[in-house]
Ligand binder design. Structure first.
Ligand SMILES: [Zn+2]
Length: 340
């Protein structure tokens, strides 16, 4: 089960550029951060299990050496930074940019921001960081008593003026989102009921059949969860599939569904705005990767800290993707994107 917030006072996340520069001024500061992220209670030698202060080299801040067995341990082992010659500070700055930027930043813009002389370096860093975002979150949402999930489907894309912008063909996207309730829906929140979106799951589906939509729900929502949908036949068998299904009688009026399922409609609306902001157009064969990136950003929108760590591969359970995997046609890796 994913937990969204890692409460670690010793692992601060910068809230501004100024704070970023203060926290990560040089290689040593980045190395110290990596060390704390990996060993919250102090270094443990991966080979012999010895605890206690390791030897350190001032010229190689990314390496720790066990006092007992003399084995050297790289801080970047198992992270996205492993086996690269790029300084840690560049990686940190890159992950900060990607975690906090809107989509569609080109490798050229990235190169300029990072002050890199080689385009290829910027390109590879950007790709490695993005792999963490386009890998789908695998655990199922919902599953909490008293918490509902709204599910619906929407058409994305369509005809666009001119080429090179937007999605060129209409595709069907299924979505499910946890509906959470603010503890105190007090006077500060007058227009709403205090409901807000928890985690979201999105996927391309071939059609609106019960097989496609029900299959999507089974893959993405924990059994037993209360699910709210409209009264489309594609959702009619959700009770049989083991869910507590509530169907809203739409009676041909889409406004009704929007009123009773405001959260998933908000997600769809955010998604479409976000896709329109992508510069080079989204072709249907790449759309699932963009849906995953949107999901990554959306699910961590309150926790840029988690996004930053997930991108660098220091969130705990993420292993570094290899170069071959990065450029393989399909990413087979299925971890939970390091959502701790
Ligand atoms: Zn050792």
């Amino acid at each position: 089960m994913a937990i969204d917030v890692l409460e670690r006072d010793d692992l601060l996340f910068p809230r501004s550029l100024l704070e970023f520069q203060r926290l990560f001024p040089d290689e040593a500061a980045c190395a110290a951060y990596l060390e704390r992220a990996r060993w919250g209670d102090g270094f443990v030698c991966p080979r012999c299990g010895t605890t206690g202060e390791p030897y350190r080299y001032s010229a190689r801040p990314g390496v720790l050496c066990c006092r007992k067995c003399r084995r050297e341990t790289r801080l970047t082992a198992g992270t996205v930074m492993e086996r690269t010659h790029t300084p840690l500070s560049v990686w940190f700055w890159a992950a900060y940019l990607v975690a906090s930027q809107t989509p569609g930043m080109s490798a050229v813009q990235f190169q300029r921001q990072l002050g890199l002389s080689r385009y290829e370096t910027a390109f590879q860093i950007l790709h490695k960081l993005r792999v963490g975002m386009v890998r789908p979150d695998q655990d199922r949402i919902g599953g909490k008593p008293g918490e509902a999930v709204e599910a619906d489907e929407t058409w994305v894309g369509g005809r666009t003026r001119g080429k090179g912008r937007g999605v060129h063909n209409m595709v069907l996207v299924a979505g499910a989102v946890e509906v959470r309730q603010r503890k105190r829906a007090g006077s500060l929140n007058k227009r709403k009921t205090g409901r807000y979106a928890g985690r979201v799951r999105l996927a391309l589906v071939p059609d609106r059949s019960a097989k496609s939509l029900g299959g999507f729900i089974e893959r993405t929502v924990a059994p037993g969860t209360r699910i709210i949908t409209d009264d489309w036949s594609g959702y009619a068998d959700l009770n049989k599939r083991g869910y507590d299904h509530v169907s809203i009688a739409e009676r041909g009026d889409p406004q009704v569904a929007e009123e009773f399922m405001p959260i998933i409609h908000l997600v769809f609306s955010n998604l479409k705005t976000w896709l329109r902001g992508i510069h080079h157009g989204v072709s249907p064969q790449h759309l699932q990767a963009y849906l995953n990136e949107f999901t990554f950003r959306f699910n961590r929108r309150f926790y840029p800290f988690n996004a930053f760590r997930s991108l660098l591969g220091i969130a705990g359970d993420v292993r570094a993707p290899t170069y071959a995997e990065l450029y393989a046609a399909k990413s087979r890796t299925t971890t939970s994107s390091g959502c701790l």
